[in-house]
Ligand binder design. Structure first.
Ligand code: FE2
Length: 230
């Protein structure tokens, strides 16, 4: 069984190109930052066997006004109102009702999905730190723990046999590599992948949406550099 593991799509429809899979798992942040929220939600609803809520899904679904600020905060500030125009009430409700964590059994393996960590499912950033993950997952029995939020891909094998999978961000990478990041599970093994996609289509969507020049420029810089070079 081939399982596509994705996270942090962030309303970027341009990333969905050919990748064969039997099932898809999504670790949250379906929306915000990009311009295609409605299409991306449709895709996830149709293709994901399980999806958990990210902090940005929560904010969009709950109509939280963005605070603004530099870099990604400015992108959220500019694009969140567009989400409220472009998404249906049902889609906003779906975002609001996504679980914050979920177990699912596939291919005889137990998968556990959470956007951040079990300690703080929406907000905690945790990199590939063995001791911290062992502690966070003390009460979680799973073969694979799929997380997101950091936009940095990593695989971490814990001493108890659990593998923590952070596929990175498929639609808004921040590891200074502009390619779409994701992971593939096959035959009990997970592999991290990065593929090129039509970044120009993603950037064009900001212009088509009529967003201001500085926002289009910020999107161009972020997506072509794979995160801001601060
Ligand atoms: Fe994110």
């Amino acid at each position: 069984m081939r399982i596509l593991i994705i996270s942090d799509i962030h309303s970027n429809m341009a990333v969905f190109e050919a990748e064969e899979f039997d099932a898809c798992l999504c670790a949250g942040d379906v929306v915000d930052y990009g311009c295609d929220p409605s299409e991306v939600v449709d895709w996830v609803q149709e293709n994901a066997a399980a999806c958990v809520r990210g902090n940005h899904d929560h904010a969009v679904g709950q109509k939280v006004r963005p605070r603004g600020g530099p870099g990604p905060r400015h992108l959220a500030f500019a694009t969140r109102p567009l989400h409220w125009q472009r998404m249906s009430d049902d889609q906003l409700k779906w975002l609001s009702q996504l679980p914050t964590s979920q177990f699912i059994e596939l291919d005889g393996k137990q998968f556990y999905l959470v956007h951040g960590t079990p300690r703080d499912p929406l907000e905690e950033y945790l990199g590939p730190k063995q001791a911290d993950w062992q502690q966070r997952l003390k009460n979680i029995d799973a073969d694979f723990v799929c997380v997101g939020h950091t936009h940095q891909p990593y695989l971490l094998e814990l001493d108890n046999g659990t593998t923590v999978v952070n596929p990175g961000s498929v639609g808004q990478p921040r590891n200074l590599d502009p390619r779409a990041a994701y992971a593939i599970y096959e035959n009990g093994t997970v592999t991290l992948k990065q593929v090129e996609y039509a970044i120009k289509d993603a950037i064009a969507s900001y212009r088509t949406a009529g967003l201001p020049d500085d926002v289009c420029e910020l999107a161009l810089q972020t997506l072509t550099d794979g995160g801001l070079r601060l």
